[in-house]
Design a binder for this molecule. Structure first.
Ligand code: ATP
Length: 264
């Protein structure tokens, strides 16, 4: 299998954003599932074109944060704004129309649908006439997806499914691409290709929020990094600052510590 690590779909053409606002502004976000509080008042900003990595142990709240920004999980308290516009009360397709796309943990490929049908699902929020040519561009970048366009996506390898999931998300022409554990379960050589693809998407100015257990991979991609533990950020800074921080190992492995900012 040859995975070509590039995807050059055109610039986002989603709804205009308020000028002068961060792409995403998360303020004092609280997420609860019944009696479980997954996020305890998280603040985060992602600016246009910026890549932010979030690392931390299982159960830290990383998926909950991405799900809330994607509009899948609703906040118990606090707020999320996209380009200055509050997310509260916005229907899921409208979150995508504002330029937010999520590649979920486990990829959520529909195994019984064909590769082509999976890709079309990524473009359902679009009304422009360029979806067909964008899909052809995906097939040009990933010939294996083109060859198997009419086969069930469940027959693809894990790496091919991850590429399909990323391509599907890109078909909504997002400003912000969020990825939950994109390296999970993949061989190192395939992870290389996935991260080369992410670098190429990033180079086109698409902002990224990447949740990873594999901190080294995500840090190599990111402008900024955050360590999450027990529903809060315990370290934030540049990837270099975080990786060299004396408490990084403890924070990364989820040893309880008080919230603090890394030295700047
Ligand atoms: P992982 O890497 O294991 O996915 P995570 O850092 O992404 O972990 P979350 O999945 O956001 O963390 O989970 C945060 C907390 O919320 C955990 O205690 C988890 O058990 C709980 N949780 C997450 N989703 C639900 C749910 N749907 N119902 C109940 N509790 C949940």
């Amino acid at each position: 299998m040859t995975l070509q690590p590039s995807l050059t779909l055109r610039s986002p053409e989603t709804a205009p954003l308020g000028q002068g606002y961060p792409l995403v502004a998360v303020r004092s976000l609280v997420i609860r599932y019944g009696s479980i509080t997954a996020l305890h008042g998280v603040d985060l900003e992602v600016n246009a074109g910026e890549a932010v990595a979030i690392v931390g142990p299982n159960g830290a709240g990383k998926t909950s944060l991405l799900s809330a920004i994607a509009g899948i999980v609703r906040p118990a308290d606090g707020s999320i704004a996209i380009g200055g516009e509050p997310l509260a009360g916005i229907a899921l397709p409208d979150v995508v129309r504002r330029g937010v796309a999520l590649v979920p943990e486990g990829r959520n490929i529909f195994g019984s649908l064909t590769v082509l049908e999976n890709l079309r699902l990524g473009a359902t929020v679009r009304s422009d006439g360029a979806v067909g040519s964008d899909i052809e561009e995906v097939f040009a970048s990933f010939p294996i997806l083109g060859q198997r366009r009419n086969q069930p996506a469940g027959q693809l390898s894990g790496g091919e499914q991850q590429m399909l999931a990323i391509a599907r998300a890109m078909l909504s022409r997002p400003r912000l691409l969020m990825l939950d554990e994109p390296s999970l379960g993949l061989a190192p050589a395939i992870v290389d290709r996935v991260y080369e693809l992410l670098q190429s998407i990033r180079a086109r100015g698409v902002a990224m929020l990447v949740v990873e257990q594999n901190a080294a991979r995500a840090f190599a991609l990111a402008d900024r990094a955050c360590v999450m533990s027990h529903g809060a950020f315990t370290l934030t800074g540049t990837p270099d600052e975080i990786a060299r921080h004396e408490r990084f190992d403890a924070a990364y492995f989820g040893v309880a510590m008080s919230a603090e900012r890394s030295p700047t």
